[in-house]
Every structure is written in C-alpha cells, then in structure tokens.
Write a protein that binds this ligand. Structure first.
Ligand code: MG
Length: 273
C-alpha cells in the first residue's frame, strides 16, 4: 500500500530541510574577527595603534581577537610597536628607557609586553601576537623566549588565549616546534598550505591579494585541518568574497564593518573583569 500524503509530506519536508542544511554547511563556516593593532579607530583609542586603549576597545567590542606587534629593544626588553622606529627613534638600537619617553597619539607611552598583557588578561579576547622579524636568528630566538616567559608570567601561555603570527619563517617554525598545541600562522604568503603543514605550522595568515590569487589555498588548508586568517581586510567587497570562500578569520582595521558583514556569531561573552 502506498504511504498516505499525511505521512509522505512531513517526511519529504524533513529530507528537504536536511539536504538544505548539508548543502549550506560550507557557507556557514564560522568566521572570526581580529582587530588589527587593536580597535585603534574607535573614539576611546584616538587613532593610537597598538596602544593599551586600542586593545581595551577591541575587548569592549567583543571581537574574537586583537592583533599586536612586538619588537626587541637594545637592552633586551619586549616593546609593543609595529614600525622599526617610534617617533624617529630606532627600537632595535635604543634602550627601553629612551623609547618609553616617546608618546603615542593618545598620550600613552609605548607599552612593554608585560603592560600589554596586564590589559590582555582582563577579557577573553584572544591575543594575536605578531613577533616582528629581527636581524639574526639569535635575536629572534631571544624575542620568542621573552614572549613565552611574559605570557607564562601572566598565565596567558595558553592556546585558548594567544595565537602567534610572524613574517619570519624561522620564528614560526621555532614557535610551532616548541608549542605544538598552539596556533602559529605564517604571514608572508610565499608558502603553500602543504609546505607549512610539512614544517609543523598549522595556520596561514595571508594578505587578501594572495588568497584572491590562490583561492584554493582555503580548502587545501582546511583539508589539512589548518586555519586560514587573512590580513588586512577593510573593504566590504573583500570581506564578502572571503566570507564566501570560508576563511576562518578576518583581520581588519574595521571590526564593526566586519561584524556587520559576517554577522554576530563571533561575539564573545562580556569580558571577565
Ligand atoms: Mg601586525
């Protein structure tokens, strides 16, 4: 006997809904947002990149992560700054005391890694720590060691609290070898996902133009259970394209725009303080 309509229709409806869910799974891949150098464009940060205020603003916004850059001073201190110089003073050839006399646009002095981590501890926002390439591998090793020490001291040497990124392949390889449970992402765009995987590096964080040239990298990385992060994505059209490709994270100077494009799934619970 043929099944009655009342049995068949709900069944077909269920199968249809299931198929739709399965087909849409790749396009609902969870995207995260990392504020590039903190949320420095917010009013509270007064355009001061890598400032404590920019980290605090990113934490308050509730995005998944906040990116920042670190360098080594001439006396072996780790300082938070993107450029090789601060106000014309070269970081690598000057002691911390000289660099601390400089001011950011909002009046803050450049912060040490320790000072930055003190703010980092106050919320669940993931710290996306970029270690800048240095002149020698010995200096890069010193920077790695000091970052690990500081993170440990502040109870932040935890794969759920920090990920590492770098343009230096040596730094990425060394970090990945020493911290196999941590996410390490290479920035320079000149290695395939397979090459990174072979060298123990679990993630890539490439400029959006590299991903546009190699959109297949996203699936190839995912096939190896690697994460794909993209920098620095500030245009809505680029965000939409990358969301469509299913990248894992977008690093941006426009976190509020990214949130609008991506939706609210990445918003974290309120901070811990
Ligand atoms: Mg950076």
């Amino acid at each position: 006997m043929a099944p009655s309509r009342t049995v068949l229709f709900p069944f077909l409806h269920f199968v249809g809904a299931l198929l739709l869910t399965l087909l849409c799974a790749p396009c609902t891949h969870a995207q995260m947002i990392a504020a590039h150098r903190g949320y420095w464009k917010s009013e509270g940060a007064a355009l001061s990149q890598n400032s404590i205020a920019s980290l605090r603003e990113a934490q308050n916004l509730g995005v998944w992560g906040s990116e920042f850059d670190v360098r080594l001073t001439s006396d072996g201190e780790v300082i938070v700054n993107h450029d090789p110089t601060i106000g014309g003073v070269t970081v690598a050839s000057n002691p911390l005391s000289r660099l601390k006399a400089m001011t950011l646009r909002n009046g803050e002095a450049p912060s040490t890694l320790e000072e930055y981590l003190l703010q980092g501890k106050k919320a669940r926002t993931v710290l996306v720590l970029e270690l800048k390439p240095l002149k020698t591998q010995a200096l890069e090793d010193e920077l790695i060691e000091k970052c690990e020490q500081a993170l440990k001291e502040y109870d932040l040497l935890d794969p759920e609290r920090v990920i590492f990124i770098s343009f230096s392949y040596h730094i990425c390889q060394a970090l990945a070898a020493a911290n196999p449970t941590f996410m390490v992402q290479y920035l320079n765009g000149d290695k395939t996902p397979e090459e990174l995987y072979k060298d123990g590096i679990k993630g890539l964080d490439y400029h959006h133009s590299v991903i546009r040239s190699h959109p297949d990298y996203v699936q190839r990385a995912h096939d190896l259970s690697m994460a794909v992060n993209v920098w620095t994505v500030d245009k809505e059209s680029d965000m939409k394209y990358l969301v469509g490709l299913g990248v894992d994270c977008i690093t941006t100077n426009e976190p509020e725009l990214a949130r609008k494009v991506i939706g609210s799934s990445e918003i974290l619970p309120p901070s811990l303080h």
